[in-house]
Design a protein around this ligand. Sequence first.
Ligand SMILES: [Zn+2]
Length: 336
Amino acid sequence: MELGVTSEHAGKRPASIRKPARLAHLRVDPRGYPIIATVDQAPGHVDFGSLSEKRKLALATFDLCAVCGLPFAAELRWQVSFEESSAKSKSFISNEAPVHEVCGLYAAQVCPFVSSPYARLGDQIRKGMKRPGVVFLTGFQQTKRVFGGRSGLQNSEFVLHFENSEAERSHRLSSAADAAEAYQQALDNELEIKIDDVEQELTNLLTSLTATEGEDSGSVMAGAAWFIGGAFCPGVGKVQGMERFARDSMYTTIARRVLEPEFAKEFEETNDIYARVAVRWLNSRRHLPKILANWRSVASSRMRHGRPSLKDAREPVAHKKAKRKLQNAARRRNRR
Ligand SMILES: [Zn+2]
């Protein structure tokens, strides 16, 4: 995220700043910086300046904070901006996933953006440009839309955009002292996040390396997110890193089948732990996050009004075989 740290311009040393309790589960890099949920995190190659589109899809689908990877519940969704007008506008579109207030203000503490005006921004195009002296953090009530579209900075690349609306509060940070004061207050008011076991497991998978290969779990988490409805995010197929999910029809075929509650229940038995936890999470929500609910409802309605349902088209015996085939394919391919 733009509040992320870089090796060239370190902010305050992480050891000197008290961490929010909700960041306790995050791994730390050798310098002690917590590895936030939205950045590429291959072992030895954690890049705080590089947002992972795959991770952003998982964050959007499961509606998680881009720093700690935990749900928002009733908390506001905070976004960074450099102009007051965007901070005060009704809705704000960013290519970063939103964060909790305390998480955003923590990132501001350990990152250089207030203390060093020349700190590198996340985007390569803007590398070396001077950061604006004032940064705004705005808390919105809801995430209204998530979609794939061209990055405003790199015309050829598609990235995920988050539109948040109903701004409720904002911080104007023009100095390190402003940022420290706002952070202290957020820290004093930090609420405990209460989550169930499935939510905990989901966050653990997202913020840990893969158990067998020890790789960044961003890719397998994006595959799992795709299965449960990320496939229906508008424009997602063109977003960088999503080609494999868009090209291989198995991913979207499964996503369509998972719209059927019966198949979704059976898919809980899949051998792929990422897909399994994702679908268990899906099946056990009383209410799905708005973004995901909307993607799925549009897709269901298209299926009802468009093509005949896969279920109707299949014979009962073929049905079982096809199901097993899909589940095995999901496991094999999502591990690559
Ligand atoms: Zn957070």
